[in-house]
Design a protein around this ligand. Sequence first.
Ligand code: BGC
Length: 811
Amino acid sequence: MKFGYFDDERSEYVITTPRTPLPWINYLGSEDLFALCSNTAGGYSFYRDARLRRITRYRYNNSPLDSDGFHVYIRDGDTVWNPGWQPVQTEPDFYRCRHGLGYTVIEGKKNGVAVRQELFVPKGDNCLLMRVRVSNEGADEKALKVFPYVEFCLWDAMDDSSNFQRNFSTGEVEIDGAAIYHKTEYRERRNHYAVFWADRQPDGFDTSREAFMGVYGGPARPEAVFSGGCTGSVAHGWQPVAAQQFNLTLAPGAAEELIFGLGYIENPQDEKWEALGVINKTRAKAMMARYADGAAFDAALRTLSEHWKGLLSSYRASTGDEKLDRMVNVWNQYQCMVTFNMSRSASYFESGMGRGMGFRDSCQDLLGFVHMIPERARERILDIAATQFPDGSAYHQYQPLTKKGNLDVGSGFNDDPLWLIAGTCAYIAETGDFGILDELVPFDNDESLAEPLLEHLRRSFNYTRTHLGPHGLPLTGRADWNDCLNLNCFSEHPGESFQITGPSEGPVAESVFIAGMFVKYGSVWARLCRALGREEEAADAERSVEKMTAVTLDAGWDGEWFRRAYDAFGHVVGGKECEEGQIFIEPQGMCVMAGIGKEDGRAELALKSVRERLDTEYGIVLQQPPYRRYHLELGEISSYPPGYKENAGIFCHNNPWIVCAEAELGHGDRAFEVYRRTCPAYLEDISEIHRTEPYVYSQMVAGKDAPTFGEAKNSWLTGTAAWTFVSVSQAILGIKPELEGLRIDPCVPSDLKSFTVTRRWRGAVYVITVSDPEGRQKGVRELIVDGERLEGNVIPARPEGSVVKVTAVLG
Ligand code: BGC
């Protein structure tokens, strides 16, 4: 069942009922101020850090899930309704929500009144803008009351949701004409405030939640809206809000537009006050003046749309499959940008209060956005590298505000170092900027320990090859990519963190997955050394890679697939002898991507085992059979009920590894089949089962062992976005930026006879047409670049500004 449709022309997903299976959201903002906005105008907003600078509230653990947001109440006689249906839930006569690139438009109609609510965050400014157009489409004059409403968070979201004994006494506001200023704690150590404003004087306002909602009222039944109107309350402590009332009288056919803003302002210390206790509003007023009318609003919206057009123009495919095109050209890339902005911090599944930026997560996210914003990727790499320890290992996460590593989830995740090589080399492949390797970057954020970035990569590589276990495989440390396989943890007490309990190092537990990574990214490291003229270092790296390949094919091979690990007792994890957890997806994907076993058929066999043992109609499950009891020696993975998360859920992040692996072996049909099964646009028809947004990837889909097989969770903030983009743009459609040039190496389904990709790369534009007349799926038979035949399939970079015409024939 569908709950909307794609409008490809406008790059929008159009939702036609407010009763989506879950709130279907969008992200507004692309710089510092962000808001999440659901299809019913629920959501929350923050400045840069979702925990420490929360502007508006969200109620956690709440049901329904979508409380608080950017709601507008309409009172029309005795009828109270919202254009987005929530929170009053009066049945609208018409409803539509358009989620577009950085904006959302919600339209509702009731009893002849049409309301359109448009929301976005303009480029270059720290505010959320909202335009509400109210029109009378009926035959009689309408006397309406319109109430916009937001509820402020007292800045630190964690404290706001727990420390009531203090917070109920600190809230402060100021009211100045059409603006309501939220200035809690501004009197002391904060130099920032929020402001909610309207473009005209309201007929009433409230700033105390209790006054607007009623002590026992709530968003579904605000007392002020249902009874006499706003009360002019001034919040002292308790819960400050911004509510306003506008009385509109509309003749038949008449319409009015109101523009609102929710801004965040910082003042320098010596410019905080206008008078004792009165905040300096100069910057806020300048902000309001910038959006004083509909023309300014429209202009800002146009700028935003140009911004997105520019970003998405780096990779455009035309394949004849509309679902594929819309995912590749719009939604997958859009989601990659959201992961750039949010990492794993704020979604409807991430509270914005916990996780900072992950070392491995951020390096992988980079693979999906580096082509759109290479200069920001550069900054990101340097930030991440600065949190690396001198021995090459890393803090597992760092704070976006301070850019410092933190030990909240510890360190010693032994895959982390190698992801830095992956991210940095992807950046250099994209840009040709080898100069980044000369940048001086601190270790552990200590400037006195700064070394060129190249040295950071070297230490990443060396860390792995010097931390080997009894079989010669890399030690796993706290965990590798699979955070839930905690082989050195042994947690027996409820509430202990699986990530930081137990020793960070164990001398025995080994990871075949990291071995695969070492072969894959160690080879990339060797190529980098060679490109830099460091022949000896390259050869040395290659020797280590060869050795690791041999060890993987020995201790890492189970007969029909790659093993997963060895636990702290040296027992196999992910092998035939295991009662549960016999085969895992991760090492099959990573090892085959690395080319291990390609020559002797073992790679083929491993992927065959994946197909036979892990495939389901909704994607490939992470492992089989699921753990049905808690395994002390394996940790969190066995804490999930069968079929969920890492315990045999369909973990969407590593499905694209299989896509890449299948493409590596030339299986275009199978690669595409795996791609399609988890791709949201192809799942739109089963939205009642899948439940999350059909325009973005989710982290997980319940596996076949779960009672809710097919149900997705944790949409938006997942490494799935980056990896599926890599898999479809580089492995399937086959346009691969490499250190040496742009490799054209598609591996397509046999019924895709031709397609075109327009790729911006290193300042030039490549228009690449690929045909596969005989359905061979892989192998470039002929490559013509600007009319000339090229040997091989790697195009050396052309001068900036050129438009390069490329034709490739497979066969
Ligand atoms: C985490 C990743 C991890 C993955 C698998 C995600 O939730 O963000 O860091 O690799 O789960 O456990």
